[in-house]
Design a protein around this ligand. Structure first.
Ligand SMILES: O=C(O)C(=O)C[C@@H](O)[C@H](O)[C@H](O)COP(=O)(O)O
Ligand SMILES: [Zn+2]
Length: 361
């Protein structure tokens, strides 16, 4: 089992990465002095596959599971669904020391984390991510949230888990689309801070698409290390952490415009990163060859690099302006300056965005 530390003073924790380690959860929890009941948030498919092994392991650690199942999909990441889980936790007598455990992908993790952050003003939180995207990105760093009808992750908090347990075995049963979605965030890490890792991805993409264990382990570990480093430097996104949002300004706009139903998060981020590369090229910030490498890797991963033709640049721009990174109406974009280096540009003009969007459809 590999351990990646996330050093945040009193909120420090470990990310455990390995194959067949789901049954270690009970032992890991033993040392944490939590309550004897846990709210296990999951969706029916994941619960059916892994619920028993997790419950058994927790029982071994002296913890009784209260199962809180939610529907599968971004549309369930809402205050209404959270309200149902608060009721369940309260009626089952969960107190302040009882953990909320997220078993599943990004939606489950974000929602469960939001409940952990708010139930009784905060209870312990454990992430057990079972998708590639959740293992490399959403389970790490403490961004928890529910969606508002007008925007993704609008209601949320920074609330760190007490531990993250990523079992690589769970990736083997994922549909190919889920793997591609996670690859978008993995490619993001190469672009934002590690040219060597990006070159490794160019070489080893086939291995990752073929779910080869050693390659997958390297990709998950490296992604977690890069994310941990950024989060340690700027936990609450006062500045630097925004680099993790590369591709998300356009990505979130596309997700919102299509009602979160047409594209996966990774597909939307793939499009967003391709737009960011084209924009940086247009602004003279990024050499053509580097932009080509970024767009080509996105496409080779099976992700779309072009925007859907259903929306005009003006429509996309309007939604982009509501992005959380925008301050006083000024659009902030994360743009690559090289493979392995990004810059946060605080005042991108609408004209530049529109021109880039026109060439991205
Ligand atoms: O952890 C972060 O910081 C990120 O930006 C990671 C993103 O990949 C992730 O999708 C995140 O949830 C987006 O956050 P938001 O603040 O743009 O809603
Ligand atoms: Zn993301």
């Amino acid at each position: 089992m590999i351990t990646v530390p996330v050093n945040l003073d009193k909120r420090s924790y470990s990310i455990y990465i390995g194959s067949g380690i789901l049954n270690c959860l009970g032992d890991l929890i033993k040392g944490l002095n939590f309550g004897k009941k846990a709210l296990l948030v999951s969706n029916p498919a994941v619960y059916q596959r892994y619920g028993e092994i997790v419950e058994k392991s927790l029982a071994g650690g002296g913890v009784e599971v209260i199962a809180g199942e939610i529907g599968d999909g971004e549309e369930y990441k809402t205050l209404d669904v959270a309200a149902g889980l608060y009721d369940l936790a309260f009626s089952c007598g969960l107190d302040r020391r009882c953990p909320v455990i997220a078993l599943g992908g990004g939606v489950v993790g974000d929602l469960a984390g939001f409940i952990a952050a708010t139930y009784m003003r905060g209870v312990p939180f454990i992430q057990v991510p079972t998708t590639l995207l959740a293992q490399v990105d959403s389970s790490v760093g403490g961004k928890v949230a529910v969606n508002h009808p007008r925007g993704k992750n609008i209601i949320g908090a920074f609330y760190q888990p007490a531990l993250v347990l990523a079992d690589l075995e769970t990736l083997k049963t994922l549909p190919a689309a889920e793997i591609k979605s996670g690859l978008a965030e993995i490619i993001k890490y190469g672009v934002i801070s590690d040219g060597g890792f990006f070159a490794w991805l160019e070489e080893n993409l086939g291995q990752l698409l073929g779910l080869r264990a050693a390659a997958m382990e390297h990709a998950v570990e490296t992604s977690c290390r890069i994310k941990a480093e950024v989060v340690e430097a700027d936990e609450t996104e006062q500045g630097l952490r925004a680099v993790l949002n590369l591709g998300h300004t356009v990505g979130h706009a596309v997700e919102a415009l299509t009602g979160y139903k047409v594209f996966s998060h990774g597909e939307a981020v793939g499009m967003g990163m391709a737009v960011a590369a084209r924009m940086a090229l247009r602004m003279g910030m990024l050499p053509e060859k580097e932009a080509g490498r970024i767009i080509s890797l996105i496409e080779r991963a099976g992700l779309p690099a072009a925007l859907p033709a259903d929306f005009t640049p003006d429509e996309i721009l309007e939604v982009m302006r509501r992005d959380k990174k925008s301050l006083e109406g000024r659009l902030t974009m994360v743009l690559p300056a090289a493979v392995g280096q990004v810059r946060i540009i605080a005042d991108v003009t609408g004209e530049t965005v529109k021109k880039t969007l026109e060439t991205s459809i």
